[in-house]
Design a protein around this ligand. Structure first.
Ligand code: NAD
Length: 493
């Protein structure tokens, strides 16, 4: 069992309250004992961060070379310690081995991408017609409260921590409890990178207490949150009280649009990856297959065959494709949505039950499930299930496909499959979502972009754009003329 403690001003902090995390594929095993921080601990973390930022301690805010070296070191250390991270991902959240390996690499890539940004971040300048000078400078937003989810715990945190550090911010990080040991290990790697004390402070505790206090605290300049849309709405409301900056990465119910002229074979592989990675517990998962009606029955057969080939099992095994869902409450939630689908009379093509085989009975395993000919107005087509449940809908025309795709409150991703590139471009422009894949699904390079339209969020992560959420832009105006030239409009001497 791994013992996890908050890290404040470089020191580990004990508590007399603990959160125990069970292994999701063998719930008789406890994998983590996390010391739960209290609000005083959190306040100390915020005060520490404030002090580092406001007083430019360790030259953190001014010395971008130091920051760049540290970010690079973090990425190297993540790669060096990948085996430990992989084991933690498998045992704490049940992420299958091959997916965990890719996840660790992706997190290292993000730190590597932002290493060097400090030195390469410039502002802008412009001379006005009268010769006066405008300079636009980018400054770190200040103390950042980073609140992260459990489903992709390393990359979701890296997308916030790396750009925040690159531009000179200081961080108070509240990770999700289900991923305590994974987050703690990342925190230890960050601490071991030569980063000055108090630049990244990590506080473990429940969201409703520690997370919400972090949002409320007026000493925090910005909240960068990833999690459920309902939690995000509460955070936005609270942040409005002192106009705290917020960026929100929220839920999704993403379309996978399949035209009859696509390479169906490839598309089905893309669908399996986009839908069932991490047992469907993915904000960008393509959970709604919208297929051209004339090929629907052929595609449904192919989907069922592909799902049959998915190996559900112990995430520790090399050939496992689908692991458990994360918790009992997540299992109940997913099964209740399946129940709704069945009660509403949609055709269950495959799956639909908890896995009951003896070797998996101690875990939260749910069969990959597919419903066909679902009405887009139904609950299972509209709401984020966050589990291995795919719904299939049919379209007749391009307009029809676009309107079904857009007819949800979310707008995070979309995947479009066709061999007609001009059609793909036309549709891409019509879909309201932050990431659109053409003949691909769920690829998220660190050079790219991530973020939602509509109720999927505000702000963008990754790539060049990922920096903008952590800077303020300031104008410096220099008068190189006689100031009276325009002052005299109201001031006569
Ligand atoms: P969640 O909203 O329950 O929790 C996310 C984080 O917020 C956790 O650290 C939690 O402790 C904290 N939290 C909970 N209540 C809080 C409150 N009142 N104030 C402040 N913090 C609070 O979400 P989750 O179950 O951890 O993650 C799954 C959700 O995250 C899904 O909806 C998924 O779509 C979304 N998600 C979005 C993205 C994205 O990039 N858009 C990525 C991953 C996950």
């Amino acid at each position: 069992m791994i013992e996890v403690k908050s890290i404040i001003d470089g020191e580990e902090v004990k508590s007399d309250q603990y959160y125990y995390r069970e292994c999701p594929y063998d719930t008789e095993k406890t994998v983590t004992k996390a010391h739960v921080a209290n609000v005083e601990d959190l306040k100390r973390a915020i005060d520490t961060a404030r002090d580092v930022f406001d007083n430019n301690r360790y030259n953190w805010v001014s010395d971008y070379k130091q920051r760049d070296r540290i970010l690079f070191k973090i990425s190297e250390k993540i790669r060096e310690e990948s085996q430990t991270f992989i084991e933690l991902l498998v045992n704490e959240i049940g992420m299958p081995l091959r997916q965990a390996r890719a996840h660790v690499n992706a997190a290292a890539d993000i730190f590597e991408y932002y290493a060097g940004f400090g030195a390469k971040l410039y502002g802008n300048m412009k001379f006005l017609p009268n010769g006066d000078l405008i300079q636009l400078v980018k400054e770190p937003v200040g103390v950042v409260g980073a609140i992260t989810p459990w489903n992709f715990p390393l990359t979701q945190s890296a997308r916030k921590i790396a750009p925040a550090l690159a531009v000179g911010c200081v961080v108070v990080w509240k990770p999700a409890s289900y991923a305590s040991a994974i987050s703690y290990h990342l925190a230890k790697v960050i601490m071991g990178s030569g980063i000055p004390k108090g630049v990244v402070n990590v506080v473990f505790g429940p969201g409703e207490k520690i997370g919400s206090e972090l949002v409320k605290d007026s000493k925090v300049d910005k909240i960068s949150f990833t999690g459920e849309t309902t939690t995000g709405k509460g955070i936005m409301q609270e942040a409005s009280k002192n106009i705290k900056r917020v960026s929100l990465e929220l839920g999704g119910k993403n379309p996978f649009i399949l035209f009859k002229d696509a390479n169906i074979n490839q598309a089905i592989k893309g669908l399996m990856y986009g839908m069932f990675r991490n047992a469907g517990q993915a904000c960008g998962a393509t959970t709604r297959l919208i297929v051209e009606e004339s090929i629907a029955s052929e595609v449904e057969k192919a989907v069922v065959n592909a799902v049959k080939k998915l190996k559900i099992g112990n995430p520790n095994l090399e050939d496992t494709d689908v692991g458990p869902v994360v918790s009992k409450s997540q299992e109940n939630k997913v099964l209740s949505y399946i129940d709704i689908g069945i009660k509403e009379g949609y055709k269950l093509l495959i799956g639909g039950k908890k896995v009951t085989s003896t070797e998996l009975e101690k875990g939260y395993f749910i069969e990959p499930t597919v419903f066909s000919n679902v009405d887009n107005k139904s609950k299972i087509a509209q709401e984020e299930i966050f589990g291995p449940v795919l719904v299939i809908m049919y379209f007749r025309s391009e307009d029809d496909a676009v309107s079904i795709a857009n007819d949800v409150i979310y707008g995070l991703t979309a995947s479009i499959w066709t061999n007609d590139y001009r059609k793909a471009l036309r549709i891409s422009r019509m879909i309201k979502a932050g990431s659109i894949w053409i003949n691909d699904a769920y690829t998220q390079p660190s050079e790219g972009l991530w973020g939602g339209y509509k109720q999927s969020g505000i702000g963008r992560e990754l790539g060049l754009q990922g920096i903008e959420d952590f800077v303020e832009v300031k104008m410096l105006y220099t008068n190189v003329n006689d100031a009276y030239t325009h002052f005299k409009q109201v001031y006569k001497e």
